[in-house]
Design a protein around this ligand. Sequence first.
Ligand code: ADP
Ligand code: MG
Length: 244
Amino acid sequence: MPETILEVQNLRKSFGDHEVLRDINLTVTRGEVLSIIGRSGSGKSTLLRGLNLLEPPTGGKVLFHGDDIQADKFDLEHYRAKVGMVFQNFNLFNNLTVLDNIVVPQMSVLKRSQADAKAHAMEVLSQLNMDPFVNAKPAQLSGGQKQRVAIARAEAMDPEVLLFDEPTSALDPEMVDDVLNAMTDLAKTGLTMIVVTHEMQFARDVSDKVLFMNEGIVAEEGTPDQVFGNPQEEVTRDFLKRYL
Ligand code: ADP
Ligand code: MG
C-alpha cells in the first residue's frame, strides 16, 4: 500500500452563508500527482488554501500522516515547511534578489546556515536553468522566469508535498511550456504534487489522478484516462467540451 500523506475528510468552507466547499474528500499518497480541474469559482483555490490553513475550514478535517492539522498540539510551522505552495502570481519578495528569495526562507524557517542555503539554492536554480539570474530582482524577469524562481524557492525547502494554484494562468502563452516542463520534471523526481490547472494536456499526461470540482464538491474523480477519456457525469462532459 502506498503511504498516505494527506487526507481530506468532509471538508467544508463557508464565507458568510455562501458555502464554497461542501463535503470534500480526497487522499494523496506519496509520489502521486493529483490534478484538480473545474470552472472558475468552483472552490479550487479555497480547497488548496484550506490544505495549508491559509483559510481555515469551517468543517471537516485535514490529516497529514494521520495527524489532524487543526489540533492544538499539531506543529503547524513544520507542516507549512513540508507542504509548499506555488501561486498564480508568484508571490516573490520583489525587494530581494532571486538568490535571496530562495536563501532567506531556508534560513528563517529551516534554520539552515547561509552557506548551506546558498548551495541548496544554486542547485535548484540550475536544475530550473535559472542560475544565470541569481542577482536579478524579480521585476527584471519574465513571468515564466518568475514562476521558475517560485518553484525553486518551494523546492529548496525540501517539501513533501507541493501545492500549485494555477501556476501558468498569469503567463504569456509562450512561457507556459517552460513552467509545465519544470513541473513535469519535478513530478518525475517522485515529489507529491497537487496541481490546480486549466492545462488539460498537462493534467492528462502528468497526473496519476484527476479530480473535477463543481460548485464546491468533487463531481468526478479518476485516472486521467477515466476523467478525460470517459467522463461519467454530464457536468464533467460539459466542462471538458470547452477544451476540445
Ligand atoms: P476557484 O479557485 O475554483 O476559481 P475559489 O476557491 O477562488 O474558486 O472561489 C470559490 C468561491 O468562493 C467564489 O464564489 C469566491 O467568490 C468565493 N470566495 C473565495 N474566497 C473568498 C473570501 N475570502 N471571501 C468571500 N468569498 C470568497
Ligand atoms: Mg482559483
